[in-house]
Unconditional design. Structure first.
Length: 123
């Protein structure tokens, strides 16, 4: 299976456990890894035979900007599910959603959630 990586997708959103996070918002950074078969697009050199990265970036940015969840786990899960539901090409997706400036006293790191979801076909 082939992979496409989209890294550093940034958007300002209102997901967070603390009430002020849902009012004031904060920046989120999202990395996405897509597993799909790229063999046809390698041969045809046609965008119709692969996934348009812009659509995935748009899904991520729209969900971050317009969602108000208490948990980043839920936001990351929604992003993964939405990408899988957007078409038949992507067979598996990995979403790493990070809060680069989590509002935690005396903590200068970032918090990241990793979600991996797959499509399973029943035959």
């Amino acid at each position: 299976m082939d992979c496409i990586y989209l890294t550093g997708i940034c958007a300002y959103g209102y997901t967070g456990y603390l009430p002020e996070e849902q009012v004031l918002g904060q920046w989120f950074e999202v990395d996405v890894k897509l597993w799909l078969d790229l063999s046809t697009s390698v041969e045809t050199d046609a965008i119709e035979d692969t996934i348009d990265y812009r659509s995935v970036i748009s899904i991520v940015q729209n969900l971050v900007k317009n969602s108000k969840f208490a948990l980043v786990e839920r936001l990351a899960g929604c992003i993964a599910d939405s990408i899988l539901d957007s078409g038949d090409l992507v067979k598996q997706v990995q979403v790493i959603l990070s809060k680069p400036a989590a509002p935690i006293p005396d903590f200068g790191g970032k918090i990241s959630i990793e979600i991996i979801r797959s499509k399973y076909t029943v035959e």
